[in-house]
Design a protein around this ligand. Sequence first.
Ligand code: MN
Length: 501
Amino acid sequence: MPSTLEDLLKMLRRNQGNNRLAVFPVFQKNRSAYDLDLIRLAYDYAENAHRGQSRKSGEPYIIHPLETAITLAQMGMDQATIIAALLHDVPEDTNYSLVDVEKNFGSEVAILVGGITKLGVIKYRGMEKYAENLRRMFISMAQDIRIILIKMADRLHNLKTLDALLPEKQQRIARESLEIYAPIANRLGMGFIKGELEDLAFPYVFPKDYQWMQQEIMPQIKIQMAYIDKIIKLVEHELHQEKIKIVSIHGRAKRLFSLFQKLKRPQYNGDVSKIYDLVALRIIVPTVTDCYSTLGVIHHLWKPVPNRIKDYIAQPKPNGYQSLHSTVFCLEGKIVEFQIRTPQMHEQAEYGIAAHWHYKETNKNPKKLQEKGYNLPKKLKWIEELVAWQKEIQDNEQYLDTLTIDFFKNRIFAFTPRGDVIDLPEEATAVDFAYHVHTWIGDHCTGAKVNGAMASCDTILKSGDVIEIITDKNRKSPSRDWLRFVKTQAAKGKIRSKLLK
Ligand code: MN
C-alpha cells in the first residue's frame, strides 16, 4: 500500500502503463494531511467517468487529470485541490454532472471543479489589445485562487501533449499560454510555471526563432555552463572556509523563451555576449544572515560591477520575489551574475502563491519564518498581489471608465461574436452591451442574439454569453423605457443625451 500521496499518484500513473514522471525538486516531503483513501476514490470515480475516452494522443483520458493532479501534489497543494484536479474534466466531458461531484465529494471540491468548467469559456483569439482584459477576466472568474492553480497544471499537461492536435488548435493553445497564462503565473510569482508554459509554447508560436535559439544560442549556454562549474568549486571552497552551510549551489541557465525576449530588446540586438545572466550562479543557503555573508564572500573574491547589486530581500519585487543579485568581474575577466537566496525564497520564486499552502501547513512560527526568508505577512500574500494588480490596471486609463472597485465580485464578462471580451456589471442587459461596444450600435439596437438565440433588448446577460447585437439603421432614437433596465452609467448617459436632442 502506498503511504504518501506522492507514492499513490505515482503508482496510479504506473498502472496506466507509463512511468515517465516529472520530478519537482522542492516538495518531496511526506504529507500526513492527505486522506489517501478519499483521493483514491476520486481517482476511481474519474477513471470510471472517463472510461472509453482517449486523448488525441491515443492515451486513456484519465492520464490527463492524473498528470494535472501529480503536478499539483508536487507543488504541495491541499487535498481538495488534488481531488478537484482528478475530477476537473468530469462535468464537461462525461455523463456525470457537477451535482454528482458535489454529492460524492462535497461542496469545496465542487466549487473548485465548477470554477474550472467556468474558466473553460475564456479563449484568446489572437488580438493583443484584449489580452489584459482576458487576464483580468480569468482572475475575477476564478473565485478561489486554487482554481487558477489547477487551470495552470491542466494547461501544462495540455502543452506537453500539444503535438497530437491539429495545427490550428496548437496555435490557439500555445498563443493563449504565452499571452494569458504565463503573465498570470508571473503575476502570482510562480516562476517555475511561467517558465514551463513559455518554453513549451515557444516552438509552436515562433518556430523559426526557436530553431535559431536551439542552433545558435544553446551551444553558448553549454560553454557558459562548463565555465560556471569551475566557479562553483571555488565558491564552495570559500564558503566552507567561512563556515557557511550550502543547501545548494548550481548554474541556472536562463529559460529559453525569456532569453529570446531579452535578446530581442534593442540594447542586446541578438548579441548573447552582452547578456550577463545567460547562466547565473545560484547559491541557496539556510538563513537571511547567511545570504548577506555569502554576498560578502563573493565580493571579497571578485569586484562587483557598479550598479548591479540588487537587494530583493530588503525590497522584494511586486510579485514577492526575493534574492540577492550581484554581477561580478569573475575568473578570466568574465562577467558572472550571482543569485543568493534561502530555500524558502527559492520555493516562493518557483511556486509563488502555491508555496503558501506548503507554508501554511508546515510552519507556524512567524519569527522563524522571516529569518528563513518567508515573506508572508499575516494577511495572505496573494490577496495583496491581486489588489496590487487591480491598482495597476486602474492606473491604466484605458480601463478607468469601466472599472469599479469591486470588479473582483460583481462583474460579468460577455463576448462579441469575434471573441472580444466585454466586461459589465452584474445584471447588465443587451442594451448595456450594445452601448459598451459603440454608441451608434446602442442607439440603433432592436434586439440581440444571445448564444445564437433571439432575445429582447432587456435580456440580462451572463458571464460567457456570446452576444450579437441586432441593429436597425432606420431606428431614430433609443427607447425611454430602456432607462428602467440599463445598469451602466455609460448607457444611461448616452440614452439621455440622445433623447434630449
Ligand atoms: Mn483538462
